[in-house]
Design a binder for this molecule. Sequence first.
Ligand code: SF4
Ligand code: SF4
Length: 711
Amino acid sequence: MRKIWDFHGGVHPPENKHQSLARPIKSAGIAPELVLPLNQHIGAPAEPIVDVGQRVLKGECIAKPDGIISVPVHAPTSGTVTAIEERSVAHPSGLTTTCIVIETDGEDHWTEHSGIPDYANADRGTLLACIRNAGIAGMGGAGFPTAVKLGVNPKAGRIDFLILNGTECEPYITADHVLMRERAEEIVAGTEILRQLVNPREVLLGIEDNKPDAIEALRRACEGTGMEVVVFPTKYPSGGEKQLIEILTGRQVPSGGLPADVGVVCQNMGTAVAVYQAVAHGEPLISRITTVTGEAVARPGNFDVLLGTPMSFLLEQSGFSAGRDQRLVMGGPMMGFTVPDADVPIIKTTNCILAPTAEELPAPPPAQACIRCGLCAEACPASLLPQQLYWFSRGKEYEKLEAHNLFDCIECGACSYACPSNIPLVQYYRASKAELTQLRRDQAKSEHSKTRFEARQERLQREAEEKEAQRQARKQAAEARAREAAETGSAEQDPIQAAIERAKAKKAAAAGDDSQQPAADMDPAQQAIERAGAARSTDANQSPAEKARANLERLEQRLQKSEAKLAASREAGAEDSIIEALQTGIEKLRPKLEAARAEVAALPAKSEPEPAAEPAAAPPERELDAAQLAIERARQARADSANQTPEEKARANLERLQQRLEKSETKLAASREAGAEDTIIEALEAAIDKLRPKLEAARREVDELNTGQEA
Ligand code: SF4
Ligand code: SF4
């Protein structure tokens, strides 16, 4: 005879189970529209893989898992996806979540599917993948992904007990009860697969003594399997995982620990059936057994219902008639919660819809002050101190809540049930858990940011140290080279010092003899003067014949240059005044060139001795230097003026002076712009200063002459 243990606390609320046990499981049929939330499980929501308007078949995957703690979602029947949108779901907060909406076609057409052949000999990985791909999550309430739970490595070394939870201790709910009663073989077949995966020492099917027909069915199905059906006294909440483990094994799961820590794996009866259907037939989790009960329904019972079916569709089939202050509760009266409206869908964890009348389940009376009676602590199956937790929750003393193991609370509601002051204790705990969870998330986020900041600071410091080390190494190497050079007398020199030396040498060279200055740096006028000076000194040493030939050569060169310049100016589209000036210059050159040619032609042959130079003879026509040209122009002007009237002379003089002033001013401006030497600038300024009074005098003279003529 197996020993049965007891757990601390517990209560005995009215069971109210018989109402829904009178009928066998009934198929709920196909609702016109199914609404499938993407997070029907604990963990990350699944990701949709279908589009609006897409036709889907029964059993087709419509949302894939997003991460390890996640499961896929499948189409419960054939139809068309009409929306992927936010819808209200069954949740205490009444929140909305993303759902895939399918308009059903009534054909219930299956997608191609098949189970694992000879699954009794399949390996562990294949079985776990099959369970995961079938979207199975714990159907007892929490909805933890089954494949993840089965894949956990036990800290205790091995799993001693595989426990199938058939307790169903919550009042009103009979979904597991009828499942055990009507589908015990499938439960046992699924448990065989679980045993294959977990390889436990013992397999125990735990069930309360208030379900005799289910006990009988299970015992029959277990015959010859080595599995044991263990029956124990009814007490709420014996179905809590930790409480059931203690009842069947005497082992206590530590605070914050898992059943695997004490060598136990616990699964729900409905989950075992889902595993069997997935592995043996390749059918994903697309339906479940749900109890519809309460005095507001005429035909309470259990339905095999497609996931996504609206609650209202099920209620309709049960003869629901809404009464005064009608409440609809998802789950039982102890752990369930009121749903926001009757259209929320059935999901993987929906075990009961309770539609009580106002008399049957009246609204809780107003809470009174705590009288410190301690009944809540006596009822608590987790051996907590509900009264203290209540005060800490009200004061938002989160550290104390954690220190008093708030997260060991299974939210069974036994404390609230026992409280004579009607304090909704469990509601305080739920709110505090949500706040603490958010706080932990924020802290984790903040820690993450802090870690990243510190890592960055460390990296920056490391880089700065590396740079400094490199700089020091370079400095030491340079010092070592300098020492070596000093010791060996080597000419090796610091590159910077060498650059300084080069700069000094260049400066010294620039400051040296002016005679070394290249001709290119000289002012153009100065260059012309230099050239003229050089020509004069050359002329002085030449015979008259040599001078005539040199003159001819120069004139030819000048003409060529002038013609080339004229052609280039025309091509470049130069101004007319420039073109005309060049043409005038060429026209003046041509007679000079002819005269020079005639002079050379008249010279005796080269073999004949040349006559001695005649210093008094008139100079041959040749290119003259600037001074000589000026003299020539002056002579010409004198010759011209000899034939002019006084008025003409005065006007010609004024015109010349104006031209000279303009030229000088242009030259001064060009010299300034070219950065010519100060001496040149000063000379030009002095010349202009001298010209201006002359120009004024010439103007006055012309004016006077004009005045005299008018008179
Ligand atoms: S049962 Fe209620 S009244 Fe009694 S100690 Fe607990 S909270 Fe206070
Ligand atoms: S709801 Fe929490 S505190 Fe209250 S009895 Fe249950 S486990 Fe204990």
